[in-house]
Each structure stands twice: as C-alpha cells, then as structure tokens.
Design a protein around this ligand. Structure first.
Ligand code: NDP
Ligand code: 2IT
Length: 444
C-alpha cells in the first residue's frame, strides 16, 4: 500500500466517529500524493504524515455556568493545538450545539495549511464548545464565556496560542473572554483576535474574511478571462463571512441575490440590501423572515435552496457540507462558472469533483477564506508593536495577501502538472512550508 493510503487508513481507524476529520484528511493527503510519492521513503521514515495528522495537544474540559433561572448548565469544550511548526497556534473558537472533537479536529487540520498559505508566521489550532449562544441573554453568554476562559487561559498566550471568532463567536463573546483572560492572567496582551477597536482590535478584521474571499475570487476570475463586474452571485449564510462577502461583491460591481440562515433562505432579485441584512442579523440577532418582511421584492423560503437560483458565481459562507452533489449539479446546469468557499469545507468531496470535472473554477476554503486569519495575524503584529494601522493600510495588505495566495496555488498546481486544480495547488503550497519547517526542527 502506498504511504498516503496507509496514513489515510490509520486516521480512519484511530479516530472513529469523526467523519469530518476523515474528510479533511482525505482531501489534503490525496492532493499530496504527487509530492509524497516523489520522496516516499524519506517521508515515511520521518513519519511526517503521521505527525501532521496528529494534533500536538488536545484539551477537553467542562464548562459549568449558571443560567438566568439559577440552574447550573454544563457544556463540553475543546482546544486542539494542532501544529506549531511555523508559529503559535492560531484559529477560531466555534460555539454551536453541533460542536464535537471531530469537528474541531477537521477545522484545526485545515487551519494548518490555511495559515501557511497566508505567508505569515502562524501555526494551526481550533477550539470551541457545544454551547449555543442563540436565545441566551447577554448575562448567560457572559457567564459561559467567563467560565470557558477560566480554564482555557491556562493554555493560551500571545506567543503560544491565539484564539479568535468563528461560528457563534463574534465581538460580544471575544470581549467577555478577553476581559476574563486579563483579569485572571493579569496580562494585557494580544491573546485573542477579533477584539473591539477600543481595546486592541484591528480595523478591517470584521470585514476581512468576506472581503478577502472577494479579492481572491476577483483574481481567479481575472486570470481565467472573466470580470467579476456584472456577475450574479449566490451566497449562503448570513453571518460575519456572508455579510461582508455580499458587501464587497456589490462594491466590485457584482449582484449578490441570496443569503441564508439556519432556518431558511432569501432570494432578492434586486440584490441583497446589506444595511437591512446587518440590522436583522448583527443588531437584532433575528431570523431572515424579518428581512423579507421589510423587502417586498424578496422571497423567503424555509429550509435550504440557495443553490437552485441561477448564478455565475457561488459563495458558500455558512458551514461544512452545505453544498452537496445535487447542489453542484444544479449550479452547473444553471451555467455557474466559479465556486469559492467562504466557509470551511462547505462543499462535499463528490460535489467538488463534479464541479471540477465540469470546468467550474473552484477555490477551496483554506485559500479563499484565509483573509480572516491573515488579518488576525495583522492584529497580532499591531498588538506587539502597540500601534494601530488605518483601515486602508490593513485592507491593502489583505488584498495583497489574497492575490498572492491565488498565485501561489496557481503556480503550485502548474508545477505539479495539475493546472487549474486549485484544491491541489492549495494543499501542496500549504503543506510544503509546514513540512520544511517540521523537517528542519527535528523529531518533535
Ligand atoms: P456566523 O456565526 O457569523 O454565521 C454563520 C451563518 O451560517 C449564520 O447565518 C447561520 O445561521 C448560518 N448557518 C446555517 N446553517 C448552519 C449550521 N448548520 N451551522 C452553523 N451555522 C449555520 O459564522 P461565520 O460567518 O463567522 O462563519 C461561517 C463559516 O465561515 C464557518 O464555516 C467558519 O468556520 C468560516 N470562517 C469564518 C471566519 C471568520 O473570520 N469568522 C474565517 C474563515 C472561515 P443563523 O443566523 O441562523 O445562526
Ligand atoms: O476559520 C478561520 O480561519 C477562522 N475562524 C478565523 C481564525 C482566526 O484566527 O482569525
């Protein structure tokens, strides 16, 4: 059996009941076959692949907190410190009832390669809890965040591990966590990113993932003879990534016509009204039915369905495995020319293969959504030098980073004989830097 196949089989056997982690590992290792097989004995002797698929450290802890009725609640929490070869662990904290160890491991594994692609010195990590912030009072959210940080603060620090936001973790949660870290550790340091602007946050971090997604998509289209201007765009999600993807798409002259949340979706043929979407989702934390109520031209539908709308460009920005083979078939049948992933692993493996086989340009999440973590690394730099850069400064660095990422994938895909396969390009380019650093640092 080849070394790659052996390691995939081992991961499945040693990590039972973690299908998302298996999926992420398979996608990466399949693309690395060409690199590994060129020097298989060396990689095998060093157990490089076994080391890269095994987290350096996994923290599992309980989070007890008291709800508004005086009842004690207990949640499971995780921080997976996956790989520190190229920098301190860096990655978000997901707060959602679906969170389990396998999901955090898939996200942490993806983060290793994503962070490498940014060109900045950040390793891979991820964390979170099955706590659901939805429907909780601010006091309950604070109680959870303080209890969560009371344990997590023992294991993180500005030079060891720097968490950030993800699904369910936004500015409010980061604020509560930062306050508790500072109180217990007595350190005013850049230990979290996505902080508020009054206490060390970076301008443009809120917008960065969505904006970065559009900068990379624009470059991918341009290099393949298309212009983003005038394109109809379908977006899923209505959170941090989706909102700013929609905003930047409009600024670039495209027309985003859909968005979705966990209960339904919107088709707004005139183009999404971003100010209204922000009001409904960021301020009121309400459902998309409220958006539809205020936009007579928009349709609201229960359930899923965004990918049935005819579009040129599809941007999945909600969660993993939300774009399936049937969705991919609908997109192709409707003439879609490009898919770029704002979320982490939103496209199933068979859907990705179908899109690529049908010549749809496909930018994988670890490249396309890397603008968020890249700007987090810029926030870390600003915290270290105790300075704040302007919005324009951060945004222009972000744009450069995204354009460079695209060219790195494109070049790697060409170099290894897979021109246009940006999945392979991203995995190979991300892997080579981490593998080089791991080999240089010996058996650790
Ligand atoms: P948010 O919590 O801000 O928004 C998530 C959105 O997706 C919400 O509108 C949510 O609906 C919707 N959604 C629909 N189905 C689900 C589901 N099953 N589970 C969770 N959410 C669902 O998260 P983000 O926008 O920050 O994250 C979206 C994706 O982007 C995730 O995959 C995340 O890992 C990835 N990402 C985020 C980055 C960041 O900087 N924030 C950086 C890189 C990637 P509802 O409104 O009903 O909750
Ligand atoms: O998936 C991701 O890259 C994020 N949630 C952002 C991580 C970060 O450290 O900013």
């Amino acid at each position: 059996m080849s070394y790659v196949d052996e390691v995939i089989a081992q991961v499945i056997e040693k990590n039972p009941a973690q299908p998302e982690f298996h999926q992420a590992v398979k996608e990466v290792l399949e693309s690395l076959r060409v690199v590994i097989e060129a020097d298989e004995e060396k990689y095998r002797k060093d157990a490089l692949l076994e080391r890269i698929v095994t987290p350096e450290r996994q923290l599992l802890f309980r989070v007890p907190w008291v709800d508004d009725k005086g009842q004690v609640q207990v949640n499971n929490a995780f921080r997976v410190q996956f790989n520190s070869a190229i920098g301190p662990y860096k990655g978000g904290l997901r707060l959602h009832p679906s969170v389990n160890l396998g999901i955090i491991k898939f996200l942490g594994f993806e983060q290793i390669f994503k962070n490498s692609l940014t060109g900045l010195p950040i390793g891979g990590g991820k964390g979170g809890s099955d706590f659901d912030p939805k429907g909780k009072s601010d006091r309950e959210v604070m109680a959870f965040c303080q209890s969560f940080m009371t344990e997590l603060c023992k294991y993180i620090g500005a030079d060891t591990d720097v968490p950030a936001g993800d699904i369910g973790t936004g500015a409010r949660e980061i604020g509560f966590m930062y306050g508790q870290y500072k109180r217990i550790r007595g350190l005013y340091e850049g230990v979290l990113t996505g902080k508020g602007l009054s206490y060390g946050g970076s301008l443009a971090r809120t917008e960065a993932t969505g904006y970065g997604l559009l900068y990379l998509t624009e470059e991918m289209l341009k290099c393949n003879g298309h212009d983003i201007k005038g394109k109809t765009v379908c977006v899923s999600g209505a959170g941090n990534v989706a909102i700013y993807a929609i905003q930047k798409a409009q600024q670039l002259g495209a027309k985003p016509v859909t968005c979705s949340d966990s209960t339904g979706w919107i088709y707004d043929p005139e183009g999404i009204d971003v100010a209204l979407l922000k009001e409904v989702k960021e301020v009121k934390r309400a459902r998309l039915t409220e958006y539809a109520a205020k936009r007579p031209g928009a349709e609201y539908h229960e359930g899923r369905g965004v990918w049935t709308i005819k579009c040129d460009v599809a941007l999945p920005c909600a969660t993993q495995n939300e774009l399936t083979l049937d969705d991919a078939k609908a997109l192709v049948a409707n003439g879609c020319i490009a898919v770029a992933e704002g979320a982490n692993m939103p496209t199933t493996l068979d859907a990705t293969e179908y899109l690529q086989a049908n010549k749809v340009l496909f930018a994988p999440g670890k490249a396309a959504n890397a603008g968020g973590v890249a700007t987090s690394a810029l926030e870390m730099s600003q915290n270290s030098e105790r300075l704040s850069w302007t919005f324009e400064e951060v945004d222009s660095k972000l744009k450069n980073i995204m354009v460079n990422i695209f060219h790195n994938l494109d070049d790697a895909a060409k170099k290894y004989g897979m021109e246009g396969n940006y999945v392979a390009g991203a995995n190979i380019a991300g892997f080579l830097k981490v593998a080089d650093a791991m080999q240089a640092q010996g058996i650790v």
